[in-house]
Design a protein around this ligand. Structure first.
Ligand SMILES: Cc1cc2nc3c(=O)[nH]c(=O)nc-3n(C[C@H](O)[C@H](O)[C@H](O)COP(=O)(O)OP(=O)(O)OC[C@H]3O[C@@H](n4cnc5c(N)ncnc54)[C@H](O)[C@@H]3O)c2cc1C
Length: 430
C-alpha cells in the first residue's frame, strides 16, 4: 500500500499541505528552516499523531530548534485504517511506519518511557533514570483506559479473553485472530463506552468491518453492537443506513446498553447478560497516564485543559498538551486529524515564544474523519474550528462542515489517500 516513488511522495506532501492545513493557516507563511544557533530545546513526549507532527513542524518551521522525541514504541502503528485490518482488508504492515524520516531531519528520536515531568525544573525523566532538559515540553500521550469502570475487564484483557483494540498494535492482531478462529455461527459483541472517547465514528466503522467479514466468511454468525450511548454518536443516518442496507440479519444495534462487568466471555449489562465467542470491549477513556501523574489533568478528572492559542496547559507553564489528552473545544473530535492540527498550532506558537514574539491570535483548525461502511464504500464528516477571542476557545464555523450525502467508492479512495497523506505529514523526511 505504501507508494515509494519520489513523484508520488511529492504529490502526497503537496496534498498534505492543503488537505491537512498548511503554513498560511497558522500565520507562518515564508518561515522556513534558518539554521544558525539553536533557539531552544523542545522535548516531545509521544510519537503518535500529535507528537510526530509537532516534532516535524518544529524542525520545518523553526529549523534551528533542538527537538527530541521520546516514544515508548519502536515504530508508529496507526489506529486509522486499523479497523480494516480487523476486517481482514489490510495487513499490519500497511498501518506501521518507522521513525527514520524524523531522524534524518535531525530530530533525536529516543525509544523510552517518560515517567516524570519536572515542571519547575523543566526536565523529564525516563524509565532508565536519564533526564532530558527542555525549554518547552510537548506532551501528546493519547488516551489510557479507566479500567475500574468495568469490573473484571483489565484481567480479562490481560488474559487475552477479551480485546479492546483501541490502541493499534498487538490488540489489533489479537482481535483479527479471534475472528479468524471463530466458528461460523458464532457471536461477536462490540461494547462502546459513553462519549467522550477517541474517534467518535470509530466503533461504528469497526462494526461495519466486522459485519462485512462475517457476511462473506461466516454468514451464520451474529454481531451485537452494545452501545452505552442512546444513539450512534457520529454520522448517525449514514451508519444506520449501512447497518440496514448491508448487514441486516447479521448486525444488531442496541442503544443504552452499557457494560458493567466482564465475566469469562460474558458482558454483564444492567438488565441482561450477553455471551459472546469474541468479545471486544472498548473501555472508557481519559488522558494518557503521564498527563495524570504529572498533574496536568484538571478537567473532570479525565482531561487536560489548554490555552488554545498555544496548546499550553492551563496548570503547567511551558508544557503544551495535544490531541486526545485535551479537554476538547465544543464539537471538536478526538481524532488523529485534530491531533495533527493541534500540533501545528503548538509548533507555530512555540517557535514564536522561543523567539520572544507574539503568537498567532487567529488560528483555524479543521477535521475530516472518513469511515468505511463496506470494504470499499466510505462516508465522511468534516468540520472547521476558528478561535474565538471572547470565549477563548475554538468554535465551529457555521456552514463550514458536513457529512457525505451517501456512502460511495470515490471517498473510499480519498480515505486511503488521507491516511497516506497524514502519515507522510507526520513522519516523512523533508
Ligand atoms: C479504531 C480507531 C480508528 C480511528 N480512525 C481514525 C480516523 O479515521 N481518522 C482520525 O483522524 N482519527 C482516527 N482515530 C483516532 C486517532 O487514532 C487518535 O485520535 C490519535 O491517535 C490521537 O493522537 P495523539 O497524539 O493524541 O495520541 P496517539 O496517536 O495515541 O499517540 C500517543 C503516543 O504516545 C506514546 N506514549 C504515551 N505515553 C508515553 C510515555 N509516558 N512515554 C513515551 N511514550 C508515550 C504512545 O506509545 C503513543 O505512541 C481512530 C482511533 C481508533 C482507535
Amino acid at each position: 500500500m505504501r507508494a515509494n516513488s519520489m513523484n508520488s511522495t511529492r504529490r502526497r506532501l503537496l496534498g498534505a499541505g492543503t488537505a491537512l492545513g498548511g503554513l498560511a493557516t497558522l500565520g507562518l507563511a515564508g518561515c522556513a528552516s534558518t539554521g544558525g544557533p539553536s533557539i531552544g530545546r523542545v522535548v516531545v513526549v509521544g510519537g503518535g499523531f500529535g507528537g510526530t507532527t509537532a516534532a516535524r513542524y518544529l524542525k520545518m518551521w523553526g529549523g534551528n530548534v533542538d527537538v527530541t522525541l521520546v516514544e515508548r514504541g519502536a515504530s508508529f502503528v496507526s489506529c486509522p485504517i486499523s479497523n480494516l485490518v480487523i476486517g481482514g482488508y489490510r495487513q499490519m504492515a500497511d498501518i506501521t511506519r518507522g521513525y527514520d524520516g524524523l531522524k534524518s531531519m535531525g530530530i533525536k528520536v529516543v525509544q523510552g518511557e517518560v515517567t516524570t515531568i519536572d515542571v519547575a525544573g523543566r526536565k523529564v525523566r525516563l524509565a532508565g533514570g536519564s533526564e532530558l532538559p527542555y525549554d518547552r515540553l510537548i506532551v501528546s500521550p493519547g488516551i489510557d483506559f479507566m479500567w475500574d469502570q468495568v469490573g473484571g475487564l483489565q484481567s480479562a484483557v490481560d488474559a487475552g479473553r477479551v480485546v479492546h483494540a483501541w490502541k493499534a498494535g498487538p490488540q489489533t492482531v489479537a482481535f483479527r485472530q479471534q475472528l479468524d478462529s471463530m466458528a461460523d455461527g458464532g457471536v461477536v459483541a462490540i461494547s462502546i463506552p459513553k462519549s467522550p472517547y477517541r474517534c467518535p465514528p470509530g466503533p461504528y466503522e469497526r462494526a461495519c468491518m466486522v459485519a462485512s467479514y462475517l457476511k462473506t466468511a461466516k454468514p451464520k454468525s451474529k454481531l451485537l453492537v452494545l452501545d452505552a450511548n442512546p444513539e450512534v454518536q457520529s454520522k448517525k443516518a449514514l451508519f444506520e443506513k449501512a447497518f440496514k442496507d448491508h448487514y441486516s440479519g447479521i448486525l444488531e444495534y442496541r442503544p443504552n446498553a452499557e457494560i458493567k462487568e466482564v465475566s469469562g466471555k460474558v458482558a454483564k449489562l444492567e438488565f441482561e447478560d450477553v455471551r459472546a465467542d469474541v468479545l471486544n470491549v472498548i473501555p472508557p477513556q481519559r488522558a494518557g497516564d503521564i498527563a495524570r501523574t504529572a498533574g496536568l489533568v484538571n478537567i473532570n478528572s479525565r482531561w487536560v485543559g489548554v490555552n488554545w492559542l498555544t496548546m499550553e496547559s492551563t496548570v503547567a507553564p511551558g508544557v503544551h498538551v495535544l490531541g486526545d489528552a485535551t479537554f476538547p473545544a465544543p464539537q471538536m473530535p478526538k481524532s488523529g486529524h485534530m491531533a495533527n492540527q493541534h500540533a501545528k498550532v503548538a509548533a507555530a506558537a512555540i517557535i514564536q515564544l522561543l523567539k520572544g514574539q507574539p503568537v498567532n491570535a487567529t488560528p483555524v483548525v479543521m477535521n475530516t474523519c472518513y469511515s468505511f461502511v463496506t470494504a470499499r464504500d466510505v462516508v465522511h464528516v468534516a468540520s472547521v474550528h476558528q478561535y474565538d477571542a471572547t470565549d477563548k476557545t475554538f468554535k465551529t464555523v457555521p456552514g463550514s462542515g458536513g457529512v457525505s450525502a451517501a456512502a460511495n467508492q470515490i471517498e473510499g479512495r480519498y480515505a486511503l489517500s488521507w491516511a497516506q497523506n497524514i502519515w507522510d505529514d507526520m513522519l516523512e523526511a523533508v
